[in-house]
Ligand binder design. Structure first.
Ligand code: CP
Length: 365
């Protein structure tokens, strides 16, 4: 049941709910006219404190194609955050102006914080280097359409696995489908965060390897998911300069890849996929960007209750949540270290001995 739900993390959706979104998105692709007025009178607020092309514009396009309206801002500098307003106060105010909020913010855990202050559903459009669940909807819809399944896939994920929020969300979602395995390809400095590996271990039976070599593994892959090195997240600019050209996919590197492998990329690309690769039939990244509109149309329609819901079951939480203990999170990129209001949410997962920050998911030591 998606009506009224926030989408902060890919695990907020059950696999049944994913299926419901994809079914509706595909119907919307085929029958655009049928849905062209269902959101009449509804407003989507797009609050983008960080740059975006695809996510913001596809959210806005999605709402306009459903017959609704949009308002918002595309950079922190044109909001009152520039005058020192807290995120909590901004959200309290803006949630009176719209019916649903899509927010991007540079701090990890900011989307969860926003959902606690908002009267209306909040969709995480990217919170720092943490999660990007609607990119995952886009990615899964693309995989389903191109390969016809979301199970029994060997997925190579290459580039900046440390800061790449699309990667974190994609792994969290695909690991829940049967038979999927991962080849995580990155420089050692940019390997996948511990909390994602812990998530895979918790799910159990998810095979993954970590490597620095794309060439050694490309022949085994059903999907190659390329990502850019995330310049804006580096504290040390020299380190970025050293790592920025770690992986560049060229036509000759594809020689040993399967004929039916697909190449995905959340975009924007910098130089990690050579332009000649665009002509290869395996390059699916521009279709991927287009499917994002339909994934987001379906998501908005279901969250706002504009279409009949098939009653898909919600995800059962395995978290023991504590809300009366102040968070002292040692992740400097966490929203709890950027704002001064009291943050009171930590949680413990069944089987773990330690608590995690309820905003950014990092272990509290
Ligand atoms: N994929 C993605 O999030 O792109 P934007 O940063 O352009 O929104």
């Amino acid at each position: 049941m998606l009506k009224g739900k926030d989408l902060i993390d890919p695990k907020d959706l059950s696999l049944e709910e994913y299926e419901e979104i994809f079914k509706l998105a595909e119907d919307m692709m085929e029958n655009r006219e049928k849905y062209s007025e269902i959101a009449k009178g509804k407003i989507l607020a797009t609050l983008f404190f960080e740059p975006s092309t695809r996510t913001r514009l596809s959210f806005e396009s999605a709402m306009l194609r459903l017959g609704g309206g949009v308002l918002g801002f595309s950079e922190a500098a044109s909001s009152s955050a520039a005058k020192g307003e807290s995120l909590g106060d901004t959200i309290k105010v803006v949630s009176a102006y719209g019916d649903i909020i899509a927010m991007r913010h540079p701090k990890e855990g900011s989307a969860y914080l926003a959902s606690k202050f908002s009267k209306y559903p909040v969709i995480n459009a990217g919170d720092g280097g943490h999660q990007h669940p609607t990119q995952t909807l886009t990615d899964l819809l693309t995989i389903k359409r191109k390969l016809g399944r979301l199970t029994n896939l060997r997925i190579g994920i290459c580039g900046d696995l440390k800061f790449g929020r699309t990667v974190h969300s994609l792994i969290k979602a695909l690991a829940r489908y049967e038979g999927n395995s991962f080849v995580m390809i990155s420089p050692k400095e940019l390997d996948i965060p511990m909390y994602i590996k812990e998530e895979l271990d918790r799910i159990g039976n998810v095979e993954y390897i970590e490597t620095t070599s794309l060439e050694e593994h490309i022949e085994d892959l059903d999907i190659l998911y390329m990502t850019r090195i995330q310049r804006e997240r580096f504290a040390d600019k020299e380190e970025y300069e050293r790592l920025k050209d770690s992986y560049i996919l060229t036509v000759d590197k594809l020689e040993n890849a399967k004929e039916d492998m697909i190449i995905l990329h959340p975009l924007p690309r910098v130089n990690e996929i050579d332009y000649h690769v665009d002509e290869d039939k395996r390059a699916a990244y521009f279709d991927q960007a287009e499917y994002g509109i339909y994934a987001r149309m379906a998501l908005i329609a279901l969250i706002l209750g504009l279409v009949s819901d098939n009653g898909a079951k919600c995800e059962k939480s395995n978290k023991e949540v504590i809300v009366n203990k102040e968070v002292k999170c040692n992740n400097k990129n966490c929203i709890t270290n950027a704002e001064t209001q009291p943050f009171k949410r930590i949680y413990k997962i069944e089987g773990e001995e330690f608590y995690r920050c309820g905003y950014c998911d990092k272990a509290i030591l």
